[in-house]
Design a binder for this molecule. Structure first.
Ligand code: HAM
Length: 414
């Protein structure tokens, strides 16, 4: 878990603003739901034998004896909220987004944190691959606008319908059972619990066995194949470059049909910056009326590392003006003058040299703040009803003007 310090916050704000503008342009609405949910929600939706639930969830029993957990991801909570508030009744084709902290007790390393942040997007009620394509295009547009798209590759796959997936699972188990002696402990355990995950094992010996495994796409029913073919042809038409990775299975149980990930080599081992897919069965499973669903989430920390490496520079938060006031009377007047300025020039960023000090020390603070102008109030200015303005970033004489002209003067410069 980490702090986000003022020097980095600019990147977060830049990312949030950019993503929000793109999401608005596609007609998605923001939803906010709690960080804590019933543990059972995650067990049921993500799956009891996934790493996220088995090993990584911050689950606890509260004072009432209720089992609660810090959310490890957003999809489950989003569906819970949608079902609980009947959001699909008046608009069955809801398009939603959210962002915020997620929690997984993973082994920390670069790009992998225990509190991390996601920007998640979910679209409900559309069966066709057109909405899958919309989400991929939307994610690409955000990545392009953040200046990181050139370093990313899109991988896609299909897990087929729930029935196709179950049938494939059996074929896979039959095949892998003949090679148990070549599997590592983790894969042997998964053979009983979550065999599809063996497909993306990083163990070389396991990879060699997996290379000969039955092909998921070939094992699929016609409707699933048609969905995937539709997806590919629309991506082609939209000029999206992608790779079909038959080993892409995702680590959460709720997926069926389309899955996708945006991946980079530039972040080391944690190269997936955006991942998602279709999860048509989940809404009904969690008590809602059956409805299709598809979504993705981006890892904000990973995206920000890429933005920094790409040399993106967020807007600075330096003030425009810094009020230097020497003496008690001037200090009191400075507070009132600053408020008048903020009333009339709300976009002008103004810092007040609160705390007083000598002229020299206040000027030093003004300079360090990065402000463009120092607005000076001393005894002379107070007695004459004037104010002095000095540029801190460019050469030029200090000008002295009546206080009544200050706002017009600064407005002209701003
Ligand atoms: P996920 O693949 O578990 O999917 O996470 C999505 C993204 O969150 C990852 O690709 C990664 O960028 C980021 N992420 C995950 N764990 C960490 C971590 N420990 N530290 C830093 N970043 C991390 C989901 O969470 C699904 N809910 C996505 C989804 C939405 N599918 C459908 N709708």
């Amino acid at each position: 878990m980490h702090d986000i310090l003022p020097a980095d916050v600019g990147y977060w704000q830049m990312l949030e603003k950019t993503a929000e503008a793109v999401l608005n342009s596609y007609g998605y609405s923001e939803i906010r739901f709690p960080i804590v949910e019933k543990t059972e929600l995650f067990l049921r939706s993500i799956g009891e034998v996934t790493d996220v639930v088995e090993k990584e969830m911050y689950a606890f029993v509260d004072r009432n004896g209720d089992g609660l957990a810090l959310r490890p991801e957003g999809t489950a909570g989003c569906v819970r909220a949608v079902v609980e508030h009947g959001l699909l009744h008046d608009n069955p084709m809801r398009r939603l987004w959210y962002r915020g902290p997620m929690f997984r007790h993973e082994r920390p390393q670069k790009g992998r944190y225990r509190q991390f942040h996601q920007l998640g997007v979910e679209a409900y009620g559309v069966a066709g691959p057109d909405i899958d394509v919309e989400l991929i295009l939307l994610s690409r547009r955000i990545l392009q606008q953040l200046g990181v798209a050139t370093d990313l590759c899109l991988e896609i796959n299909t897990l087929g319908s729930v029935d196709a997936r179950l049938a494939y699972r059996q074929r896979l188990v039959d095949y892998l059972s003949q090679h148990v002696d070549q599997l590592d402990d983790d894969s042997r355990r998964r053979l009983q619990t979550n065999p599809l995950r063996i497909l993306d094992s990083k163990n070389e010996a396991v990879k060699a066995v997996v290379a000969g495994a039955p092909n998921m796409l070939e094992s699929m029913d016609e409707a699933s194949k048609a969905h995937f073919a539709g997806l590919c042809s629309m991506l082609d038409a939209a000029g999206v470059t992608y790779t079909v990775n038959p080993r892409l299975v995702r680590g959460l149980d709720y997926y069926s049909q389309t899955v996708f990930e945006w991946i980079t080599d530039s972040l080391g081992a944690q190269g997936t910056v955006c991942a998602g897919g279709r999860y048509d069965g989940l809404i009904e499973f969690l008590g809602g009326r059956a409805s299709q669903a598809v979504g993705f989430a981006m890892g904000i920390e990973r995206l920000i590392s890429m933005m920094q490496a790409a040399g993106s520079v967020p807007a600075t938060n330096a003030p425009d003006g810094f009020v230097v006031a020497v003496g008690e009377v001037a200090q009191r007047q400075a507070v009132l003058l600053s408020e008048r300025l903020r009333d009339q020039l709300p976009t002008f960023k103004l810092l007040n040299a609160a705390g007083g000090g000598s002229f020299k020390s206040q000027m030093k603070r003004a300079d360090r703040s990065g402000a463009r102008w120092a607005i000076l109030l001393g005894e002379d200015e107070i007695s004459q009803g004037t104010v002095a303005i000095k540029s801190l970033r460019a050469e030029g004489e200090q000008v002295v003007i009546p206080q009544s002209e200050l706002i017009a003067h600064l407005a002209a410069k701003n």
